[in-house]
Design a protein around this ligand. Structure first.
Ligand SMILES: Cc1cc2nc3c(=O)[nH]c(=O)nc-3n(C[C@H](O)[C@H](O)[C@H](O)COP(=O)(O)OP(=O)(O)OC[C@H]3O[C@@H](n4cnc5c(N)ncnc54)[C@H](O)[C@@H]3O)c2cc1C
Length: 308
């Protein structure tokens, strides 16, 4: 009998593993926990901007045993779900993290959230990082937008921060450079302040309270080596591109194709700004203009097409 491989959470951190499912099934009996569709966050702002019809990636070939992980007993090697208890020999955890809790959470993302944004004419966004700034630009194409952020894109060089701030204002966005005060928001309030750990991780002894999950250099849980952790859950990873890369790496580990540790890499980000333009960042290198816009559109539409 093959060992049971449980893939829990079917978002970005799992999707490259799903791509290699046929090969993996040669070694494991694979079971899934999660929904049969997931929102591709790269395309989320493009749907808001009316550039794409859908950001939803369909996973029709999968038949999950349950939709939600409630808790895990890493000693007994079981997962508690809304459908009951399931045993695993090997577990890949990729259920993502959650928004901080200001207003409407952006994570986990859903089509229902996109519909709410679409039907709101006034939006307040909190957070001046890449997600908040891109959301502000794309929402401003059809809505009244206020952006609360102490700093705009703090990770990019100062001249670029100033340029993007000017563009936000020029696009009609009210930029308030302070923390959001209680009751100060107008319309739909969106939390783009980043993600935080989910309570059941600590309750399941996978992490210390209010901490992300620590792993070894192979992305295995630091204590329970039959649990891989990918995406936003892992304390050593840094969001989006790392989430996808970590899934690819774990697929190779499951197929015994690599004995090398996971290597973090500087990753490129591209965010939409004014119509027809985007900002590319790669460490301290930045480029604002039309070419990054076309590159982003190409990458994202190829990704969504691949999973159609
Ligand atoms: C507005 C916005 C835009 C972004 N744009 C980009 C971008 O352009 N490029 C980029 O690289 N990154 C981007 N990011 C970051 C990116 O979304 C995350 O880093 C990435 O999604 C992390 O992948 P993940 O697998 O950890 O989580 P997710 O992709 O969120 O997947 C987790 C999945 O698990 C499901 N789930 C949650 N809880 C449970 C549970 N208890 N049981 C079972 N399933 C569960 C969720 O519904 C979801 O389907 C953006 C984030 C935001 C907020």
């Amino acid at each position: 009998m093959k060992p049971v491989l449980m893939l829990a959470g079917l978002g970005h951190g799992q999707i490259e593993i799903l791509d290699r499912l046929d090969e993996i099934r040669g070694y494991y009996e694979v079971q899934f926990i999660g929904e049969r569709q997931t929102v591709y966050t790269g395309a989320f702002p493009q749907v808001i901007a009316g550039l794409m019809n859908s950001a939803t990636v369909q996973l029709p070939r999968l038949e999950p045993v349950a939709e939600r992980v409630i808790s895990i007993d890493p000693h007994q090697q079981t997962v508690q779900t809304e459908q009951g208890l399931f045993h695993y020999d090997q577990l890949v955890l990729a259920t993502g993290a959650k928004s901080r809790g200001i207003g409407t959470p952006l994570k986990p993302m859903s089509q229902a959230l996109l519909d709410r944004i679409d039907s709101s004419s006034v939006v307040t966004i909190v957070g001046g990082g890449k997600a908040g700034v891109e959301l502000a630009f794309t929402c401003a194409m059809t809505k009244d937008v206020t952006l609360y952020a102490k700093r705009i894109l703090p990770d990019v060089p100062l001249h670029r921060q100033k340029q993007i701030e000017r563009l936000l204002v020029k696009s009609g966005i009210m930029v308030v450079k302070q923390r959001l005060q209680d009751d100060a928001s107008e319309g739909l309030l969106l939390d783009a302040t980043g993600v935080v750990p989910v309570e059941w991780w600590a309750e399941s002894e996978l992490a210390k309270p209010d901490n992300f999950i620590a792993t070894d250099e192979y992305l295995r849980h630091h204590q329970f080596s039959n649990i891989y952790v990918t995406g936003d859950m892992a304390s050593c990873l840094n969001g989006g591109v790392d989430a996808v890369r970590s899934g690819r790496f774990v697929a190779k580990r499951l197929l015994s194709e690599t004995s090398q540790p996971f290597r973090r890499r500087q990753s490129m980000n591209i965010l939409l700004t004014t119509p027809g333009r985007a900002l590319l960042t790669f460490g301290q290198f930045t480029w604002h203009g039309r070419l990054p816009y076309y590159v982003k559109r190409f990458i994202d539409s190829r990704y969504v097409r691949h999973y159609k």
